[in-house]
Ligand binder design. Structure first.
Ligand SMILES: CCCCC/C=C\C/C=C\C/C=C\C/C=C\C/C=C\C=C\C(=O)SCCNC(=O)CCNC(=O)[C@H](O)C(C)(C)COP(=O)(O)OP(=O)(O)OC[C@H]1O[C@@H](n2cnc3c(N)ncnc32)[C@H](O)[C@@H]1OP(=O)(O)O
Ligand code: FAD
Length: 643
């Protein structure tokens, strides 16, 4: 199962080696992080990042190994933006000459970059960005300027204190004419003494949610006061500006300017299963250790994992972790394919890839963020302790619902893709993830054939149910949209239904990828049978949760919906004996989990007790402030009624 989770034996070995490397090195200790102040926390992260870079070079780690190393170090920092956004932006949007000049510098970290798109006033609406890049023909330069307070760049990670360079997105202006938003490579700091270059205001935007997690990152604010950069620092794969000030667009579609976001959204989907599996591992192990009620004749109480209600909250999350792992793997292969096509100037699959990355990013991050919080509740009161590992994980994870495309905004992008697909149905056969929309007639006419709970243990029945629900919701939206004279008005009016239809479409993708995975790639019958159980749990849990959709679209009868729920309860009993094996298969080490409740050895209570004594408040019996503020109250002998 560990191999099935990792994707291959080689993938398992690489990640396992890196997990052990990090866990066994005292530099990467992280248990004390929540006790550090911001400055110490930040410096500590700089130290770890520098040491990691040294390890990567000394041990000659491959790109894959380096990624896993950074993952297990488990502290967001400037290198994330450098590797995940700055470098890909140059790769995807730079010309050959630009790549030749900038990539070697970035790949050896002689320069450190960030991705400066969002502004104080605009994040989602990229076309609404206000920073200007005005071409000056006399000097062959662009003048970068922040004309308003709301045009201040706001959020870019690593920008406040570390990055020497940034890809800055700004409105291109030539001779007073606006030519859309483009990316520019801008140097921010001196490579000699790290001071901000003249004309730039740079700072940190302040503390963020949680304590020890995202505050390791220096998210920054940046303002330009007429800062000049050479013309050849505009990323010119999509559009070019000549030294005469002529603006030209190549055959490459404008959407490629958004390509870096496609790449990172794909990574975010692949990473969702890491965060969810981490929370599920903690909650499952603890649910086996924790006992409440049910003691007979002085015997042990019941393990809380044996309560059906605990299972009904925990096991769907376990199944979701596996579903997200497989859909992440699938999306990665879709992305690798589109990347190769884009390099060869084939842009045909970009719209579908954009819809998949946007929608699955929204689906997986929302479910993971909610799932981590559910796991905290599944651990009862102790889940609220930092030493459970869950509060910090939650604080680290929740912004994923906002960054790289706010989730609702992303679902509306999926909706645009679906509406376009439906309106083209007469003359263009949909392919890939939208192919089911080409079979609308049977999907709209046939109803579910399930008659017993057992009938739900059938991939075809499940797939057809999810296809019919998505098709009916999408087509329904399309029909109602057609009644509006102004399509944009209609889209806005129906946006709530469109977001729901998009979610149905994305859930169909996750369910069908899980089923495909079972059909083709699982080594070992035992592993395959166990994963089949999780696949059914995932699908029937979604069906139960959204049964309103399945009933309202008329595909299911109430009886069939209740049979699905009956089967789901039976499936929980099949998951129970393997629950620990399922979470051990994630291969999360204690160092990575950083959780007393989720320890591999199950030795929870003594370690919980021990962890409490490490709190700085327990350094002495009488702490600072007691004599000054508490003792006087005790000694005054006043009664509040007399005050
Ligand atoms: C604790 C452990 C840490 C360890 C870490 C270890 C390793 C790290 C690994 C990975 C890192 C992973 C995650 C990162 C971690 C943390 C986060 C850090 C950084 C975060 C960065 C950011 O957030 S960067 C800013 C991101 N901003 C956004 O996403 C903005 C969202 N808005 C948009 O994308 C768009 O503007 C839009 C989609 C809303 C479009 O708006 P609209 O005005 O309607 O569109 P346009 O007119 O501009 O264009 C419309 C046409 O373009 C198509 N389209 C839109 N987007 C794309 C796209 N991306 N690709 C292709 N096509 C696109 C759209 O379909 C329209 O097409 P048609 O015209 O044909 O219909
Ligand atoms: C931790 C973190 C790290 C980040 N790192 C970076 C970075 O490195 N570089 C960078 O450039 N940016 C970064 N960002 C910024 C991030 O990309 C934006 O915050 C994100 O894209 C959301 O945009 P917004 O803040 O403008 O949200 P808004 O769009 O203002 O969202 C507010 C609300 O409005 C709703 N809404 C907006 N538009 C619509 C619409 N058309 N229809 C319906 N509802 C709508 C949203 O659903 C949401 O509920 C980071 C953000 C965070 C939290």
């Amino acid at each position: 199962m560990k191999v099935a989770w990792a994707g291959s034996r080689e993938a398992f070995q690489v990640s396992d080696r890196m997990a052990k490397l990090v866990a066994n090195d005292p530099v990467f200790e992280k248990f004390s992080k929540p006790m550090l102040g911001r400055k110490e926390l930040f410096k500590n992260t700089l130290r770890k990042a520098a040491y990691a870079w040294k390890l990567i070079n000394d041990l000659r780690l491959t790109e894959e190994e380096a990624k896993w190393l950074r993952h297990y170090i488990d502290e967001p920092n400037y290198t994330d933006l450098h590797w995940e956004m700055f470098v890909p932006a140059i790769e995807g949007q730079g010309t050959k000459e630009q790549k030749k000049k900038w990539l070697p510098l970035a790949q050896t970290m002689q320069i450190i970059g960030t991705y400066a798109q969002t502004e104080l006033g605009h994040g989602s609406n990229v076309q609404g960005l206000e920073t200007t890049a005005t071409f000056d023909r006399q000097t062959d330069e662009f003048v970068m300027h922040s004309p308003t307070l709301t045009s201040s760049k706001w959020w870019p990670g690593g920008m406040a204190k570390v990055a020497t360079h940034a890809i800055v997105y700004a409105r291109l202006i030539i001779d007073g004419l606006f030519h859309g938003v483009h990316g520019f490579i801008v140097q921010l700091r001196s490579l000699e003494d790290h001071s901000p270059l003249p004309g730039l205001t740079l700072g940190d935007i302040g503390m963020k949610f949680g304590h020890g997690t995202y505050n390791t990152m220096d998210n920054g604010v940046l303002r330009f006061d007429h800062v000049r950069i050479p013309r050849n620092q505009m990323l010119m794969r999509v559009s070019q500006v000549t030294k005469e000030g002529k603006y030209a667009q190549s055959d490459v579609p404008r959407q490629l300017l958004y390509g870096t976001m496609v790449s990172v959204r794909q990574t975010i989907v692949a990473d969702a299963s890491k965060a969810l599996s981490r929370a599920v591992c903690i909650a499952t192990r603890y649910s086996v250790v924790r006992r409440q009620f049910g003691s007979r004749n002085g015997g042990p109480e019941t393990q809380v994992i044996d309560y059906k209600t605990q299972q009904s909250r925990l096991f769907p999350l376990l199944a979701s972790a596996y579903a997200f792992r497989f859909v992440g793997e699938w999306l990665k292969s879709l992305y690798i394919d589109v990347k190769q096509r884009l390099e060869a100037n084939d842009f045909s699959t970009l719209p579908e890839t954009h819809a998949c990355t946007a929608g699955l990013k929204a689906l997986t991050t929302a479910a993971t963020a909610d799932g981590i919080e559910e796991c905290r509740k599944l651990c009862g009161g102790h889940g609220y302790l930092i030493s459970s590992g869950l509060p910090e994980l939650f604080a680290f994870y929740v912004p994923a619902c906002s960054y790289e495309g706010e989730n609702v905004v992303m679902m509306l992008q999926v909706a645009r893709f679906l509406v376009k697909t439906v309106s083209n149905l007469g003359y263009k056969q949909p392919v890939g993830t939208a192919a089911y929309l080409g079979r609308v007639t049977p999907l709209l006419q046939n109803n579910c054939a399930v008659q017993t709970a057992e009938d739900w243990l059938n991939p075809d029945a499940i797939l057809e149910a999810f296809e019919a629900r998505a098709a009916r919701m999408v087509i329904g939206c399309g029909e109602r949209l057609a009644m509006f004279e102004n399509p944009e008005e209609g889209f806005a009016e129906l946006s709530i239904d469109l977001v729901e239809a998009s979610l149905a479409h994305c859930q169909l993708i996750t369910v069908s990828v899980f089923i495909q995975k079972l059909n083709h790639e699982i080594p070992g019958n035992g592993v395959k049978r166990s994963l089949e159980v999780l696949c059914y749990v995932y699908a029937l849990f979604l069906l139960h949760k959204h049964q309103g959709d399945f009933l309202a679209t008329g595909y299911l009868t109430p009886k069939q919906a209740s049979l699905a729920n009956e089967q789901l309860r039976t499936l929980y009993s099949k998951v129970r004996p393997n629950a620990i094996a399922f979470v051990d298969s994630f291969n999360h080490m204690d160092h990575y989990l950083c959780s007393v409740l989720g320890r591999y050895d199950g030795n929870v209570y003594p370690k919980l007790y021990e962890a409490a004594w490490k709190d700085p408040l327990n350094d002495s019996d009488i702490v600072d402030g007691i004599q000054q503020y508490v003792q006087p109250i005790l000694k005054q002998k006043l009664h509040y009624a007399k005050l």
